[in-house]
Ligand binder design. Structure first.
Ligand code: 0R9
Length: 643
């Protein structure tokens, strides 16, 4: 088509696709690995909609050896007829225009989230190639796009078939995504999550390169979800679950209390989309749970005097999944993303459903109900005692000077807290180099003595009693746990600086476990970092002032070539091997260092991993290591370290 023949419609299509390519963040959040996988979710969600509408029960995702991906469903097949007004096949519009789903309303092409077309078009716009194969009416139809959604092969019948369904195959555009490698783990967990929400739908994940494949299907959806989330915990009693419908909102709940678990794990969904920021349905769940348990306890004279139990004490050790299906005309979200449900009716609907089930369950399971109330009352006592102790630990009343907090801490001079940085450093010797090499105005150093405590599933009291962590809590000065106030932090960046070896990695994990469990807002606000000390220094033997620092083996080879004949290599096994200037230059100086920001991209995966890897039970950890760690690589690493 030459430029003169462009119709208004073509220009509109081009500008829409271009708009997506110019501002991908607006459509997929970012162009990092999260954004990359968003392309897959858009297509999988379309396949899911078809399955939920009762057409086809199997969805297959195949990671292809060439880095592309295929999603296939067994539904009716995307309509291939020509759109009356434009004369263009419907399928072409779906993949090239935003909001095209809505344009088919007149044809009754029902879409549950009202988002069809947006998703498929976004994936097409951000792919170097995308082709769709439709198996429908005994024929195989194919249409192909390339270079960000440009039509390269119009809709054609390429064969006959007795199958029905849709297959979408695409390869993300490397000019948009810095990393185009799909992650088995990420897709695995998303499909597993979907299978918990959509009982009876089979999800199959295949990796062409390794030949691995996995099928997910559940019979008891949310119940199985809660059981998987608590697999490594000790239950107080069996999982409780129910399904109800109130004011045309479908409500599903599964919950389980575990002992020795001090966390609160409530996960909510609206129309099968995770509502990470909660919303009206979650409020209905939490308030009704508190009311029902308090009423039941007081009716059965289980509470002293007029006492009541707080919601937080009831939810301590609780793992619950709440899923609501809200009809399209009532579906409202708060804010830009779909992270928070806004539908006002959802609060009362969930509360009514809870009230219609839970009191009867408690009465029928008295032994459990009594044990639960006891556990909640105990949590309340511990929480009150801990609150008092925390106030002491925080030194909120006394204006404590930094220097008095710990004799080990070298504090920053500035009171401009946002620009201050706290380096948590492994070992006294590295601490010494860091203290001499730092920018005294803005950088504080807190050396750690040995391995910190594993803080996963320990009580608040155990944290307070631990010298390392109580020092860290006092140093940051913003409290911890439920009483953590990130705005009070004395540091804008908390930087973990450990040796680049297995011990260093272990210390990082233990510190991150603490931040995750007791100061999570610091992670959510992007305030936690891991310093990246170099692994090598390559220098010219005849003139050691000519040198290059290297952060990887690839860097090392390049540096050797650059320095040329007569090079020497220092391998840094620990921070202590660097002098103060070298440590400052490579790892601490704001202008020259490399920092890795700690982020939680998939909250559910983070929760599961931390339970597996940091939990008390070694069995699941051992299994995970067996399944996921390539021991050859570890052996090689150990050999290298020993050299
Ligand atoms: C592999 C990924 N699958 C899909 O993207 C997919 C979309 C889709 C679909 C319909 C059926 N299967 C699908 N798979 C469909 C068909 C019909 C009505 N509604 C939906 C029908 O035959 O009448 N569609 C998604 C959007 C649309 N179809 C359209 F309506 F907008 F065209």
């Amino acid at each position: 088509m030459d430029e003169m023949n462009y119709t208004a419609k073509d220009i509109e299509v081009l500008s829409e696709l271009e708009g997506v390519r110019k501002r991908p963040g607006m459509y997929i959040g970012s162009t990092n690995l999260n954004g990359l996988h968003h392309l897959v979710w858009e297509i999988v969600d379309n396949a899911v909609d078809e399955a939920v509408n009762g057409h086809g029960k199997k969805i297959t995702v195949t990671m292809m050896s060439d880095g592309s991906i295929t999603v296939e469903d067994e539904g009716r097949g995307v309509p291939v007829d020509v759109h009356e007004k434009t004369g263009i096949p419907a399928i072409q519009l779906i993949y090239t225009t935003l909001h095209s789903g809505g344009k088919f309303n007149s044809k009754n092409y029902k879409t549950s989230a009202g988002l069809h077309g947006v998703g498929a078009t976004v994936t097409n716009a951000l792919s170097e190639a995308l082709d769709v194969t439709v198996f429908r009416d005994g024929k195989i139809h194919e249409i192909k796009f390339a270079n960000g959604g440009q039509l390269v092969s119009p809709l054609t019948v390429i064969g006959t078939t007795n199958k029905h369904g849709t297959k979408v195959h695409f390869k993300p555009d490397p000019t948009i995504f810095p990393n185009t490698k799909f992650s088995w783990d990420t897709i695995y967990h998303r499909l597993e999550e979907k299978s918990f929400l959509l009982t009876g739908v089979h999800f199959i994940l295949k990796d062409q390169a390794s030949g691995n494949s996995h099928e997910f299907v559940t019979e008891h959806g949310l119940r199985e979800y809660v059981e998987s989330l608590t697999a490594e915990k000790t239950p107080l009693a069996d999982t409780i679950d129910f399904i109800d419908e109130v004011s045309s909102i479908k409500i599903e709940v599964a919950m389980k209390w575990c002992v020795g678990d001090y966390g609160e794990n409530v996960y909510s969904y609206a129309n099968d989309v995770r509502t990470a920021d909660g919303g009206t349905h979650e409020t209905g769940f939490k308030t009704s749970l508190t009311k029902i348990l308090n009423d039941w306890a007081s009716n059965n004279e289980l509470l002293k005097g007029n006492q009541s139990i707080d919601g937080a004490d009831i939810r301590e050790g609780l793992t619950a999944v709440l899923s609501v299906q809200v009809p399209e005309n009532k579906l409202e979200y708060e804010g830009q993303t779909k992270g928070k449900l806004g539908t006002p009716e959802a609060t009362a609907a969930v509360a009514t459903a809870m009230a219609g089930f839970l009191p009867y369950y408690l009465t029928e399971h008295k032994e459990f109900a009594v044990a639960l109330i006891k556990k909640c009352a105990q949590a309340k006592e511990v929480r009150e005692a801990a609150r008092k102790a925390r106030e002491q630990a925080r030194g909120a009343k006394k204006k404590v000077q930094d220097v008095m907090i710990s004799d080990k801490l070298a504090s920053a001079q500035s009171k401009d807290y946002k620009n201050n940085e706290l380096f948590i450093v492994e070992g006294d010797s590295a601490g010494g180099s860091a203290k001499s090499g730092r920018d005294r105005l803005h950088q504080a150093i807190l050396p750690l003595r040995g391995k910190p405590l594993n803080t996963h599933n320990v009580s608040n009291q155990a944290i307070i009693d631990n010298l390392e962590f109580s020092t860290l809590i006092q140093t940051i000065g913003a409290g911890f746990g439920d009483d953590f106030h990130p705005e009070q932090s004395r540091y804008g960046k908390i930087i973990i600086m450990t040796d680049a070896d297995t011990d260093g990695a272990h210390i990082q994990t233990l510190l991150l476990t603490f931040f995750y469990n007791y100061m999570k807002p610091l992670i959510d606000l992007g305030m936690v970092y891991i310093a990246q000390p170099p692994l090598y220094r390559v220098f010219k033997k005849s003139d050691p002032s000519k040198h290059i620092y290297c952060w990887s083996d690839e860097d090392l080879e390049k540096a050797k070539a650059k320095i040329g004949a007569g090079y020497g290599v220092n391998r840094y096994k620990g921070l202590g091997e660097m002098n103060a200037d070298q440590l400052a230059m490579t790892t601490m100086n704001k202008k020259t260092r490399v920092l890795c920001q700690v982020k939680i991209e998939d909250p559910l995966l983070a929760e599961k991993r931390i339970n597996t890897l940091m939990g008390k039970d070694a069995g699941p950890r051992w299994n995970w290591i067996q399944e996921n760690v390539t021991f050859n690589e570890v052996d090689e690493f150990i050999k290298e370290v020993k050299k």
